[in-house]
Ligand binder design. Structure first.
Ligand code: LLP
Length: 385
């Protein structure tokens, strides 16, 4: 069992806070490395999922790269020790100063999504007397079976270069002196549990490779993005996804040309299960249908339930009395500040410690100060030992 919480110690910490299980993080990283190494796959960690320095340092210790979406993420990754040769900068709207940060640090690659962006990077690189290595993010029009807010690989999404524009973009790349074409990049969405979506992506990439063969311009890097989902319902039974099956899909279905490398950008599947939002019950209030357990964490600390109707398992770590049903809500002035409706919990009273599970990815990084609340702090399991 990875997630046995040191309840006595946690009870002494002022809530709300994020608690990170560093042993689970290490084990997850170990499994990813072991499975990816079978095929010489390159793993980049999607920093957007959780940018805490401690987490970045652990990921870097396993030799993975960093996939960044802002100049600040590039700087944070470098500060945490990632070598610049393993830092990639993606994102549909890179500002000039962020491009400069990338070029100054000679990062591995910019993932580029449009002709205007290519032109700006070329111009800035020329000014700085640099060559920008570039992978083209292609919108593969593959439907990932996930929430509509987090699917990204469909034609109607804002992301990537459309298939019908690709030749035009490749012609443009050829004309630009300060751009070096090194790869192609895809990302079809997030929280994907149906591995068939990845089979479809592989098929689409195989078809596309013909175009590059025809143009005699074979990209070295095939970056297939991230998106592998986690089991929010059963975090204890499934503390990490089936990485073996995931990587095998690419080995089975992706047809590589000589010298091509496969890159991944995994975020949620690396850190999701390692984090728990810890909170205490402030008040229990009788409701018409169910009672309310009003806790001291709110949607400012973890916005996923309010924003995506996302499910997070909720546990009462201190009470063992018989069960009751509660709407678990936060203190913020919004009806959507609700972590779960009619949740079965042991009879709950003021002061009970509540764990909101699987909150390691897109939890703390998306926290904000709405209602002028303080940002939640982070506690790491190895500090508690
Ligand atoms: N690569 C690209 C280009 C991405 O846009 C993303 C995530 C990733 C990699 C990492 O995906 P992951 O392995 O973590 O699924 N805030 C949302 C998720 C947004 C995902 C954005 N892109 C949530 O809380 O569910």
């Amino acid at each position: 069992m990875y997630n046995t919480f040191p309840i006595e110690k946690l009870n002494k910490v002022e809530t709300p806070f994020y608690y990170y299980n560093m042993r689970l993080l290490d084990n997850t990283l170990k499994v990813i490395k072991q499975e990816a190494d079978k095929y010489d796959y390159h793993i980049h960690y999607a920093v957007k999922a959780n940018a805490n320095k401690r987490i970045l340092e652990r990921v870097n210790a396993f030799g993975f790269g960093a996939d960044c979406v802002s100049g600040n993420e590039v700087s944070a990754s470098l500060a945490a020790g990632f070598p610049n040769s393993k830092v990639v900068f993606a994102g549909v709207g890179k500002a000039d100063k962020e491009i400069i940060t990338g070029l100054e640090n000679d990062i591995a690659c910019f993932n580029v999504e449009s002709i205007p962006e290519l032109e700006v990077i070329d111009e800035i690189a020329a000014r700085m007397k640099k060559t920008a290595r570039v992978a083209l993010r292609i919108n593969p029009n593959v439907k990932a079976n996930t929430h509509k807010y987090i699917t990204t690989g469909l034609e109607e999404n804002k992301f990537g270069i459309y298939l019908w524009d690709l030749e035009k973009v490749l012609d443009k790349v050829k004309q630009l002196d300060n751009i070096k074409f090194v790869g192609i990049h895809f990302h079809i969405g997030s929280q994907i549990n149906d591995l068939d979506s990845y089979k479809m992506l592989c098929t689409r990439i195989n078809e596309l490779q013909e175009l590059f063969v025809k143009r005699r311009n074979i990209p070295t890097i095939i970056n297939v993005g991230g998106g592998l989902g986690i089991d929010y319902e059963n975090p204890d039974e499934n503390p990490m996804p089936d990485f073996e099956a995931f990587f095998k899909i690419f080995d089975d279905f992706l047809e590589l040309k000589k010298g091509q490398e496969v890159h991944f950008e995994l975020g949620r599947s690396v850190v999701g299960q390692c984090g728990t939002l810890m909170s205490k019950v402030l008040y229990v209030k009788e409701g018409i249908n169910t009672d309310f357990a009003i806790i001291d964490a709110g949607m400012s600390d973890l916005i996923r339930p309010a924003l995506y109707q996302a499910y997070h398992k909720i546990e009462n770590l201190t009470s063992e009395h018989e069960e009751n049903k509660y709407d678990v809500v936060g203190p913020i002035c919004e009806s959507s500040d609700c972590f779960g409706k009619a949740v079965s919990l042991p009879a709950t009273v003021r002061g009970d410690l509540i764990a909101i599970r699987s909150a390691g990815a897109y939890g703390e990084v998306m926290a904000n100060q709405y209602n002028l609340r303080p940002l939640p702090i982070a506690i790491y399991s190895d500090e508690m030992e």
